[in-house]
Write a protein that binds this ligand. Sequence first.
Ligand code: ADP
Ligand code: MG
Length: 348
Amino acid sequence: MIEDKTPKRTTLTDLGEFGLIKHLTEKFMVSHPSTEKGIGDDAAVIAPEEGKKLVVSTDLLIEGVHFDLSYMPLKHLGYKAVMVNLSDIYAMNASATQITVSLAVSDRFPLEALEALYEGIALACKIYNVDLVGGDTTSSTKGMLISVTALGTAKPASIAYRSGAKPNDLLVVTGDLGGAYMGLQILEREKEVFKVNPNNQPDLDQYTYIIERQLKPEARKDIVELLEKLNVKPTAMIDISDGLSSEILHLSEASGVGCDLYEEKIPLDPQVISTCEEFNMNSSVPALNGGEDYELLFTISQEDFQKIKGNPNLTVIGHMTEKPEGNHLITRMGAKIPLKAQGWNAIN
Ligand code: ADP
Ligand code: MG
């Protein structure tokens, strides 16, 4: 007998909207004490801890604009859609507690595709300890749209806004930068190769870290916990969803200060450096202008430097200045050039 290798395809219309929602969400359990009512009523009911503020953030992801399903497995997409939102909650120095997920899908997607998407969402909920408490499901004429809303809480005094940076504060970044962008370059390149030669088996071993940074980013929950442990309250904070340059400009603008950023201090993974060499690119370019790294960028007062010094997760990359001084990049060669949202032409 010939084994049927075609994956199972159950059409969404077979299930109907209510059947679909039930099927996708029935395995989700809630675990937060603050989740009084999750999925299943007209609205979820949340009871935030006494004395805490509620923090809310939403993102909308659109197929063909924010993700490409030709190289993004749906499980990863589900995971990433949650990460993008949790990252915004952590960027307020808050802890994330609940999410809602809204979906619009065309009938080109079988049930099995949505099951994979929800597997990724479930994994993210489990690892990051957040409850899925609701959402909406509807059809789209073309493609897929996913919107996630994340809820979190924070002690009022702990919340870090973009607006609190002062001149002389140190500028700190977590992890390393540019990986997600270089991973995307590799995936785009392999997609083109595949179009020409579908039998080509790419060897991607030397790119595993950067591809993972693109397909399976992690939000920095650990940093919020670390800062609390170190007793450091960032004076301002933002997450790096676009490039470092544009995030610095947002922080400076909101805080009414300027910034000196040192190119040589920007943390880069060796795979970013080697892949940039392959693409004949200055390795600061993906860090400054790439995006999707989902690291945190924050400022601390100078007195707190001793507390973070030597921590492998944290790198001081510059300091804030008086507003009239403006925002600058000090290049490896020692040149001082204005920092622009797309300022990499100048250092190329
Ligand atoms: P309503 O008609 O009141 O919007 P729905 O039938 O859309 O109700 O939703 C029923 C329940 O299922 C609600 O609790 C809603 O939040 C939840 N829900 C709907 N779609 C999703 C989804 N894609 N993911 C998670 N929960 C969902
Ligand atoms: Mg609804």
